[in-house]
Design a protein around this ligand. Structure first.
Ligand code: DGJ
Length: 555
């Protein structure tokens, strides 16, 4: 008699499979089974469930995740807006209102609701610091200035900023964060709704470039730690030009080694060392990828006018030397030169992830981030303030949702295309010195200018942007808005004259392309230009051709 169960597997073998499976479930997950970074690809990628994953994110406003009920109202709206990952704060004061007593009920509800909406989650640990200050610390920390010391201003006043030099501060924060990550391991390791965790938020000292406490003064006039000097000796060309020109590897004190940059780099070292301990305590429980975010300096701003010592480009190597548990460094980009900042944060294989960005520029910058900078994620801030697409009468007002809808349609092919260098992106601004730009892909040059409506040549929209993804030989998907694009053969890649074979507007669902319109005539400028409409984001499938000949200018 054949002792098989219905699927035809012998009973002994099926018992073996079952016990191996139960063993796997009860044993800790191997690091490669958790979300992690793959640095071997052309660009650093986030791997989730074994596959590269791109975060089409949105960060919540600061007061939007403090109750469970807010999850029920906000998350369905975000899912309808084609966001696939929500970035939400976890406040220290919320999870540890009484020292040693933890309450994760609100967080658990958010994660459960996110699962219902098929959303992933990025947690923002608002622990010791949020925008430099310590307002999210529990009141048992805030009230006890002796046990939990503050940074001191140049004129000797305690600031509302927990001291980064205090072991007691660090240990209390690390204990809370460790407990959070232990809980997350129990609650989410199987489902992996949470992908990564930001440790603290926009750290740094305000009001001066460094802490002026007695301890800080003593350490500042002492030697630069050997661990940092060693790191910098290994790669002095890693230092940004601003520092490289003035640093003296033979000096000993902070001032002697780093000259005028010394106060900020000193601050960065102690913040990074503190955050490293907190992150490591969390990783010991549940090793998700972890990162920090920077408030970026405005041009000519002095350290202390912006949070001095945060993870902005001047301080990259300080963070790398002091904080190996941090997997990447991220910019919060509210300044207009978005592209510049993304290029700086692509430094040395850093995973490009923008946890905060201007909401109104989101529909444009998203295309640049994923297409040009090969970002693992881009997240406009206060995304919960967007009007609900269900109630939105004028869909044109919700361009971000449209842009995310276009990107969402590329979700399955974007990570692989990023990996293989088959994407490009650009964003143009009406007020820029040169509102035209050319990118090269797949043997063609794509020259974009801001769209002008046909037939009146008036500028209708201030900004335009696109992502370009090569989907086959001579075939491209173009998503974007408000551009007109000419195409020619790239003389550096091939000989001949390039032209437009066909352009369809349409949609991709589960990898299937459905054309809604075949564009021609006026909508294709008589075959000469690909037009992305004003106030609307669309997805186009474009086929090109090359014929022998010498290129001549069109128009
Ligand atoms: C940057 C911070 O990181 C956010 O939490 C929020 O305060 C925004 N600034 C507000 O613009």
């Amino acid at each position: 008699m054949d002792h098989r169960h219905p699927a035809g597997v012998p009973i002994s073998a099926s018992f073996l499979l079952l016990s191996t499976f139960s063993l796997l479930l009860s044993s800790p997950l191997a690091a490669q089974d958790l979300p992690h970074l793959d640095r071997a690809a052309g660009s650093t990628q986030l791997i989730v469930g074994g596959n590269p994953f791109v975060i089409f994110g949105g960060e919540l406003g600061n007061s939007s995740a403090g109750t469970a009920a807010q999850a029920d109202e906000i998350l369905p709206r975000l899912a309808r807006a084609h966001i696939n990952t929500v970035l939400m704060p976890v406040a220290w004061e919320q999870i540890e209102p009484v020292e040693g007593k933890f309450d994760f009920s609100i967080l658990d509800h958010w994660i459960e609701q996110a699962r219902t909406q098929h959303l992933h989650v990025v947690l923002l640990w608002f622990g010791s610091w949020k925008n430099a200050f310590s307002s999210y610390a529990p009141d048992w920390v805030k009230k006890d200035i002796h046990r939990f010391p503050r940074a001191i201003s140049p004129d000797g006043r305690p600031l509302g900023i927990l001291s980064a030099l205090s072991r007691e501060n660090q240990d209390a924060d690390a204990r809370a964060f460790r407990t959070l990550m232990r809980h997350l391991h129990e609650f989410d390791a199987q489902q992996q709704s949470v992908l990564t965790v930001q440790v603290e938020n926009e750290v740094g000292i305000l009001g001066g470039a460094r802490d002026h406490s007695v301890d800080a003064d003593r350490l500042f006039s002492g030697p630069v730690p050997e661990k940092l000097l060693q790191h910098l000796r290994e790669g002095s060309d890693w230092l940004p030009a601003e520092i490289r020109h003035s640093w003296n590897p033979k000096g000993s004190t902070w001032r002697k080694v780093f000259a005028d940059h010394a106060p900020e780099l000193f601050t960065a070292w102690y913040y990074a060392s503190y955050i490293a301990e907190v992150a490591q305590a969390g990783k010991a429980e549940y090793p998700l990828p972890m990162f920090v975010n920077a408030q970026l300096p405005a041009p000519l701003e002095r350290p202390g006018e912006y949070p001095s010592g945060g993870p902005h480009p001047l301080n990259f190597e300080i963070y790398r030397a002091a904080a190996p548990p941090l997997d990447f460094l991220s910019p919060d980009i509210y300044w207009p030169n978005f592209e510049y900042w993304l290029q700086r944060y692509s430094d040395r294989g850093n995973a490009v992830f923008v946890p905060e960005a201007r909401l109104d520029m989101g529909p444009f910058n998203a295309f640049y981030a994923y297409g040009a900078a090969r970002a693992i994620g881009f997240c406009p801030f206060a995304v919960d303030s967007l009007p609900d697409v269900e109630n939105e009468i004028d869909a044109g007002k919700n361009l971000l949702t449209q842009s995310y809808s276009v990107l969402h349609q590329l979700e399955d092919i974007l990570p692989q295309a990023q990996r293989e260098g088959r994407t490009r992106g650009l964003v143009l601004h009406a007020n820029s010195l040169r509102p035209t730009q050319t990118v090269s892909l797949g043997g063609y040059l794509f020259t974009a200018t801001l769209a002008r409506s046909w037939p009146a040549r008036t500028l209708l929209q201030d900004d335009g942007a696109m992502i370009l993804l090569q989907s086959g030989p001579d075939e491209f998907l173009i998503g974007g808005t408000a551009l007109s694009i000419t195409v020619s053969a790239d003389p550096d890649a091939k000989e001949g004259v390039g032209g437009i074979a066909s352009v369809e507007e349409g949609s991709r669902v589960h990898g299937e392309w459905t054309a809604t319109r075949r564009l021609n005539g006026d909508q294709l400028d008589q075959g000469r230009r690909i037009l992305l409409p004003d106030h609307r984001a669309v997805l186009l499938r474009v086929k090109l051709y090359t014929i022998p000949g010498t290129p001549t200018a069109v128009d």
